[in-house]
Design a protein around this ligand. Structure first.
Ligand code: SF4
Length: 397
């Protein structure tokens, strides 16, 4: 096994390589290969893999790219991520990308797909509607049509016909990826000091820009590492971080939360890598139906999913309970409607249930966390001091 520090620093390099060097190297090895960029939150990467493509997550420039042109495309009261994505596109960071997929999350991303189309970025731009009807014969069938649409675009570029065998092979690889990720989350829940959230974030994010086969190898090595009795336990509380599923906070913010006395034992950062819970059937004669079935019946709670029969506040509360967490940190990107509209629903329910929480907002390019660190520090101290009084945290509406 390689040295864990070498693995982590390689993952950090990959995760924040805004030129996507590894993806471009991979593509150059074979003329039929394509790169398809997808925006947060979720996309079934299996289908791109099966079509001879590499799905690459686009999370924006974070705190590593100064926005110069992007501000001209969006008004000031809009989140930050679309501006940095536009800036990256105009500065040719996505050169060699063949197509772009914009999953339906919000109006901002939908409008960004329109800008990409009018600017002629890539060979195709697909705004992908995810079903909000959870009947397999309605939403499931619609979803399969949306996936076929994407496969059609890719076939027009590389001529590859996707067979059930190819799809099942790809599903199997992503099943393995999800299993390894959950294994490491489970170990971190019990022994969070073995792998910091900052390092885990880099490892997970690297997997969104490299072939799944390579990420599985990395995860196997990390899983071996966290099985060992490594690191030193510290006096910290356990929290679940929720709300940062699209625009990502800078890693400095994650580090600040940890330094302020919290172990983050679950989160919705990079939700797409974990959207499906458990395996997707990799033996089906109709693999697209299997993927749709998994989306309908095995999705995590998300602001992008309106599943009225499965209220998300109870689903988050269940995660808190299962992870033995002491509280929740709601971290929303500034002006992120999906996250900020959900926050009161969660918070009202948590007041009733006696689950402690705090809430704050961030922007991907902000790197000053003094206030947040103090707020989180007070939160963790109050949990330690009043462990038996779950409702002692003031409500942050
Ligand atoms: S951060 Fe929120 S508002 Fe902005 S694009 Fe993402 S989901 Fe939409």
């Amino acid at each position: 096994m390689r040295n864990i520090n070498n693995i982590i620093s390689r993952c950090e390099e990959l995760a924040f390589d805004l030129d996507f060097t590894r993806a471009k190297e991979w593509k150059n090895e074979d003329k039929s290969r394509v790169i398809v960029g997808y925006m947060p939150i979720y996309f079934p990467r299996e289908i791109i893999h099966a079509a001879g493509g590499l799905p690459v997550a686009i999370f924006g420039g974070g705190d590593r790219k100064q926005i110069i042109k992007g501000d001209a495309y969006y008004q000031s009261y809009i989140c930050h991520i679309p501006r940095s994505i536009i800036d990256m596109a105009l500065d040719k960071h996505f050169d060699n990308f063949d197509g772009f997929i914009f999953p339906s999350i919000c109006d901002v991303l939908r409008n960004l797909s329109g800008i990409f189309r009018t600017k002629g970025f890539g060979k195709f731009v697909k705004y992908m509607d995810f079903p909000q009807n959870f009947l397999p014969e309605v939403g499931g069938v619609f979803y399969q049509d949306e996936m076929r649409h994407v496969l059609h675009y890719i076939k027009e570029i590389n001529g590859i016909k996707v067979t059930p065998e190819r799809l099942n092979h790809s599903i199997g690889l992503y099943n393995k990826n999800r299993r390894l990720i959950e294994f490491i989350y489970d170990i971190r829940e019990k022994y969070p000091w073995r792998l910091s959230m900052k390092d885990w974030y880099h490892i997970l994010r690297a997997g969104t820009v490299i072939p799944v086969e390579e990420h599985n190898e990395i995860l196997e090595e990390v899983a071996e590492y966290v099985k060992g009795d490594v690191g030193q336990r510290q006096d910290k509380v356990k929290v679940v971080l929720s709300g940062a599923f699209c625009e990502q906070p800078s890693v400095g913010l994650i580090r600040s939360v940890e330094d302020a006395g919290c172990y983050i034992v679950d989160d919705d950062l990079q939700l797409g890598s974990r959207m499906v819970i458990g395996d997707i059937d990799a033996t089906s004669e109709e693999p697209l139906a299997a993927i749709a079935h998994a989306y309908i019946f095995q999705s995590r709670y998300s602001s992008s999913i309106y599943d009225v029969d499965n209220p998300k506040e109870y689903r988050l509360a269940k995660i808190v309970e299962e992870r033995n967490a002491d509280g929740v940190i709601f971290a929303s990107a500034s002006f992120c409607d999906p996250s900020l509209l959900d926050a009161p629903i969660f918070q009202n329910a948590f007041d009733r249930m006696g689950i402690r929480y705090i809430a704050f907002q961030f922007s991907e390019n902000i790197n000053q966390f003094k206030v947040i660190k103090e707020q989180v520090g007070a939160f963790s101290d109050s949990i330690k001091l009043w462990e038996d009084e779950p409702s002692s945290i003031p409500v942050a509406e």
